[in-house]
Design a protein around this ligand. Sequence first.
Ligand SMILES: [Zn+2]
Length: 668
Amino acid sequence: MAHLPYSTSQTGLVYDVRMRFHVEVRPEVNQGVHPEDPRRIYAIYKELVDAGLVDDPNTVSLAPSVLARIPARFVTKKEVCAVHSERVWDLVISLEHWDNDLLHEAGSNMDSIYLSKNTPMCARLSAGGAIEACRGILNGHVKNAIAVIRPPGHHAEHNEPMGFCLFNNVPIAVKACQKEFGDACRKVLILDWDVHHGNGVQQAFYKDPNVLYISLHVHQGGKFYPAGPAGDHLHCGEGPGAGMNVNIPWRTAGMRDADYLLAFQRIVMPIAQDFNPDLVVVSAGFDAAEGDMLGKCHVSPAGYGHMTRMLMSLADGKIAVCLEGGYNLRSIAISALAVTRTLMGEPPGRIANAVPTPSGVDTVEEVLRQQAKYWPCLFPRNPSERTRELKAERLHDIVRDYQAAWLWENLGMSSLFIAHSKASRSFKNQVLATPNHAEARPLLVIFHDPPELTGDTDPRTRELQLHNTWLTDSVKQYLQWAVDQGFAVIDINIPKHLTEVDDNHEYAEEADAQQRIDETELLAKYLWENYIELSDASHMFLMGVGQAYSSLIGFLKKNDRCRERVDKIFGFISDSCALPSYRATTDDFLDRWYKDKSKIFVAQNHYVWERHKTKAPSRKWGSLQKSDGNDMQEMLSHHVKEVTGILGVEVEHWQSDAPMAGASEGEA
Ligand SMILES: [Zn+2]
């Protein structure tokens, strides 16, 4: 056959009305229509017809080019059994002889499956349709294709239909084409953008070096369907298939275009280009689409168009898009139309919001760190292997050691003993104090986050170089001032991560915010009982920087008698920090006291200002002051004068009564 120029070649369409006949024999009365609704494929087909893309006998098409119809056919037993056990084939085929009671009962005993007499026909057409879509492309009859098929396939496992899926259409098509076309279809990329993990596809090719499976799905730590760890980022393939399984498991629902595009730009496309497939097959569920009741994500038709467009740059444009899930009839119709138009050569629509969610960024980074072990095209390389071998140390421990040395040399501060149930290097030097911390003089206690590092990384290795890296610690200014005034000082560093005694050198996420708040509260209680309460301090000043402020307030709420000794509380709240309230139903004066004693600097962008645009915040939030900035270190630096001014006024009498205030008793 003559090779047609790419631009004039058509996009193929597989659609067969008979695939609508797989229905529930006994719909659950109270549960409405089952989400895997037979109308799903018709909704898409109708949308394509209305757009003038189908040469349908009932309409006149005005479009310059139309889709080339590819007939679906029945899949054979041999084709199915390249992926499934004979048991699955026999079970599905036998259904046409079952009576309705048996069909209903058998379906309700399976994992998210319904069965009918027509199920075998539909399942065979669906898998056969996927095969024919791919064959049409590989034979050169069409340049690419979309298969509007059901039931879906990607959950169906070797020996187990599940999750609305009977035969696993896409793997069946891939195996059939690899067999028929040999070297012309040796390496296949299966890209699965259905909102659920394609556990069946992963299983089918887990040890296969010739099929790269990439799935983007909501995972929610294994709580989202199909529940369990199989869809996590650590499942990367086995043996010769190591690295050929790429899970991009979203931690939360609510993902949008920008998250998918980020994953495509950073992970999917670099890996896919490196893999260099002969054919791309998309497991195209549209249940991550805006409006889907199961997926609860926000991918727009334009978003699907952009993903399609990027995949079309692979495998000389040989791409087959096969329908999987997607349960909002309107959403799947407009999404599939956008994909089809893109396949036909139209540019995809515009993306409304190009900013990914923080949770999406976290997932992409997590997958990059994992997959960089297998794919040299991905940077950064995961450094853990090398640093483990070279016995490198975590910088946050080194920095705290340095701070301890600096505070000892310049301010005479040294480590206070803290009893911990857990052994960790991170507790070393966590609490530092001046030697006069128990004396009759003002005491300033500061709880704060570790100092900040900023720097430009090497563009390829992402390594930080010491000469381009800066350590910012604005808390030091407060410590210095207080010591100069003759105050006693206790400085508490709240680590964001506890270095295990057996450090595995893997990337460490910040400890869970609530867990840190709780632990800090316990530490505050310990310090209070063992040191602060026993001191003869003339004045007591508390300061909480960042999350530590919530812990301070939490501690005070639970320990009434501490409150009586506190003269002033200072807080620094950045835009990502929660602002704690202080009120008790049993004590009307508590919020009054709090408002009077507190001074809280809150980042300019903090939500509290949005909420209190028109009326002043209530007393329970304390005495709030809007800061000029949002950066914690900058905020600390900007407000040194105000805070030290307030402290100066508070201790005026003490300073005039005690002329030797500057020196500690031992030296006097
Ligand atoms: Zn799905």
